[in-house]
Write a protein that binds this ligand. Sequence first.
Ligand SMILES: [Cu+2]
Length: 432
Amino acid sequence: MQVGGTVAAAAWLAKAREAQAQPAGVQGPPGPAPGTTPGGSPAVVAPNGETLPWRLVGGVKVGHLVVGAFEHEFASGLRAECWGYNGRTPGPLLEATEGDRVRIYVTNRLPEPTTVHWHGMVIPAGMDGVSGLTQRPIPPGETYMYEFTLRHPGTYMYHSHHDEMIQLALGCVGMFVVHPRAPRGPRVDRDFALMLHEWKVTAGARRPDPLEMSDFNVLTFNGKSFPSTEPLRVGRGERVRIRLGNLSPMSHHPIHLHGLWFKVTATDGGPVPASAQRPETTTLVPVGSVRVLELVPEEPGDWAMHCHMTHHVMTQMGHGMPNMVGADTRALDARMARVAPSYMTMGTTGMGGMAQMGMPAPSNSAPMRGGAGPFSHIDMGGMFTVLQVREHPNTPDPHGWYEHPAGTVAGPADAERLRADGIDPAAGAPRR
Ligand SMILES: [Cu+2]
């Protein structure tokens, strides 16, 4: 009976994934999600993720989450056994509409009990998923049923509420969007959901270390580190919503967007009144919180979007190394060369250039990794992605990157122009 159910669920999920892979009427990923919600907003896109398919049974939206272990790839060259929902972390995006009744089955394939808590949702207390307090934990191998009505639209999350330190650190997290039934506020053209997370993956280890408290070395948007993060593609002048959820074990993430200003229009506690929305370029997303941003980009380009904690955008770079910046290591290098001919002390001029040196690294690690950029190597990894603002967002870029109009890219200063402007690079800074 259980085997039959599992096979049916697997077939259903496979079919849903297939449908997800080729959304009708969309040219090139990512683009607007197929269809719109009853309130008229576009469906939410989860970059690098997927949306849980519902099955309508007697007017109830029925979904199935299978909690288990699986191999997850953070970026090419870096994999680990994570825990999550339906073979992914974060789990599939749950997306429904205000007033919907949902019935969510949770099958536990972990080696220990679990629960699912619906973070931020106001539902009957017995559905809140807190192990011991509101329900018995789900034993391994068993399936529990949660059922409630989505009374309040908003952006919420879901996560384990049993053995939280282990299960959240290993990836038992996801997002849950409830659209309003009638339009609220200005209609958005694009809607994205990104979950922020952090991990400690010791080089060569099979699993992330759930006991780490501070030295996280893999930082992710929707489970991926740059350059494996899928860009967010939008049109110039479009109204864009980005829903950020943070279920990292320990860190708050100040998320920064370049080239535009945004307002925080909602949290997981509901809409922020217009009078309390202030313009920002960075917003802190504390652990256990959602921040919903709305923006209208006016300047096309490839704009960086990243956590502004510098250690969170240089995955696995430099932790545990001595500080060599500015050190004169010529004598040391000469001595070391006697025993190791190719020896060179690293980090004396900073670490930005180390990303592209292709140094030998332990297997299953992503040290000193960034990504290829249109001008040179991008030395950031981790919690970094690109907001692609285009005049024609549904037309692919011929070279994969923004084509800058002539004369709008910073470059080497022209000697004649320097002279005309009275700038002498050999002199010190101008004095007043
Ligand atoms: Cu961060």
